[in-house]
Design a protein around this ligand. Structure first.
Ligand code: SF4
Length: 485
């Protein structure tokens, strides 16, 4: 008999997983999936294969709550065993009201608790072989875990790296601080080790995320921690500098315009990190910003001008809310004027809507729905024109483009048409670059960073052709050869 034949047959429990919400929730999902795998569970690809389902929920705005509740219902119908985690899990009464039969509910950042419930629902039968599988001791995840998640839900070539959880602000329209608590920053060493491991495994672009990235480290008083034998401070400029040394694309999200951000922009000008800032400004009228209780809402235009002086290549992305309670036509005009003057590269906008339990619900003078919609349309018209003008300036240039997917038609030879992003485009939220591979047809892989000549543009996207495929040389040793993905 072979060893394999001697091995007792032990059925491996299979767990389904539904991940909803923002990139921050995605990182939580990666952590849970990593631990599931480490403990010997299989992740089921469909409800039919799953014996239980974990639903990582979002509770930010009403449509997200609805989506989460219906996902829980679907998973319950399919398997009868559902563990709910994530933002909506911070409001168990909401879940139980609609779905009293869920097996367990935890809040966000609760890998240990989720795993405890999984073990109760689907105990793994231990034998000589599977009994040796490692189980993380209580408290080992996530903050004490220097390696961070090892299962990724994004493609190999990019990854979200969460540097802090929670938020110390009290924006009137937001319930994140109530759901996720005050800010807790990770040690810089933990973040850097995670980045290092990702890059060694083939990741080329890191998206740095948190609720308020500029405030990273404030809660731990910029505590030092170990990275590769030295000490690093939990401070955004130090972190950005260290990440920049690794020689990959590093992109900053949710950065508020605090004074020290100038130092981050200086690193961009030196080519250490991507010349890209995702700065959620939400409005430009000082009175509206005051009512919103926004952090860092000083002289936004001056700040942006200074940033552009330091780094002329800088691409700024922002989001705005129109129709916040009490917004007058004049205040809205201030926003439009700001948009014209700031000439932001990428802009998203939403009409204001109440979020359950948000303080803004109690504000006087709600803006009528029709007015909100009209203002949104006027806002988007200006934003689109500026975006089109800024993209037109790129025509004729040769730009670095990271390839996200193939775009071949049926008749094309494989790898003839590609879709990618420039350094100024984050995945999922910004524009794309549609490319012909030209002489490089069939030679380019997903995740390659190529040089492309931009030949055309429209409101949101660029069009061009590959002119070079430089070798990829990060400053981190590569674990293997990843020619094909
Ligand atoms: S900064 Fe404001 S909008 Fe962002 S998470 Fe904190 S409270 Fe919410």
């Amino acid at each position: 008999m072979t060893v394999e034949e001697l091995r007792p047959t032990v059925a491996v429990p299979k767990v389904g997983f539904i991940s909803l919400g923002c990139p921050k929730a995605l990182v939580d999902s990666e952590r849970i999936l990593t631990q599931l795998r480490a403990e010997g569970y299989e992740v089921a690809p469909s409800y039919e294969d799953a014996q239980a389902v974990i639903v990582n929920t979002c509770g930010f705005i009403t449509p997200a709550v609805e989506e989460s509740l219906s996902a829980i219902g679907e998973a319950l119908d399919a398997t009868g065993k559902v563990i709910v985690t994530g933002c909506l899990g911070e409001r168990p009464e909401k879940i139980l009201e609609r779905h009293p039969k869920v097996a367990a509910i935890t809040g966000s950042e609760a890998v240990d608790d989720v795993m405890g419930h999984v073990r109760e629902l689907l105990p793994i039968e231990t034998d000589t072989f599977t009994g040796l599988l490692p189980v993380a001791a209580h408290g080992m995840r996530p903050e004490e875990d220097l390696l961070g998640p090892t299962v990724k839900l994004t493609p190999r070539h990019f990854a979200y790296v969460k540097i802090a959880e929670g938020c110390n602000h009290t924006c009137a329209f937001c319930i994140i601080p109530k759901l996720r608590g005050r800010q807790v920053s990770r040690d810089a060493g933990a973040v850097l080790y995670e980045a290092y491991r990702l890059i060694a495994g083939g990741t080329k672009e890191l998206m740095i995320i948190s609720q308020d990235t500029s405030a990273y480290g404030v809660d731990v008083r910029y505590r030092e921690s170990e990275f590769q034998g030295g000490q690093v401070r939990a401070h955004l400029t130090d972190l950005a500098e260290n990440l920049g040394e690794m020689g990959v694309w590093v992109r900053m999200h949710y950065v508020y315009p605090y004074p020290h951000v100038e130092k981050i922009v200086a690193l961009m000008a030196q080519g250490k990190i991507l010349p890209y800032l995702d700065v959620p400004l939400q409005h430009a009228s000082p009175a509206v910003l005051r009512r919103m209780r926004r952090p860092g809402a000083g002289k936004q235009l001056d700040t942006i001008r200074r940033w552009r002086e330091i780094c002329p290549e800088l691409v700024i992305r922002s989001t705005f809310i129109v129709g916040f309670p009490g917004e007058t036509e004049q205040e809205f005009q201030e926003l439009l004027t700001f948009l014209e003057e700031a000439r932001l590269d990428r802009v998203g906008a939403f009409t204001y809507s109440d979020v359950e339990e948000a303080d803004a619900n109690a504000l006087d003078n709600p803006v009528p729905e029709q007015t909100k919609e009209e203002r949104l349309a006027r806002f988007m018209e200006v934003a689109q024109r500026i975006s089109a003008e800024k993209l037109a300036e790129k025509v004729g240039r040769v730009m670095d483009v990271i390839i996200d997917e193939f775009n071949d038609d049926e008749d094309d030879a494989p790898g003839t048409k590609l879709i990618g992003r420039t350094k100024g485009d984050a995945p999922g939220i910004d524009g794309q670059v549609y490319l012909y591979a030209g002489d490089f047809a069939g030679l380019i892989n997903i995740g390659d960073i190529v040089k492309a000549r931009i030949e055309d543009s429209d409101e949101y996207d660029l069009y061009g052709e590959v002119v070079e495929r430089p070798a990829w040389k990060p400053n981190v040793p590569q674990l293997g050869h990843f020619a094909k993905h």
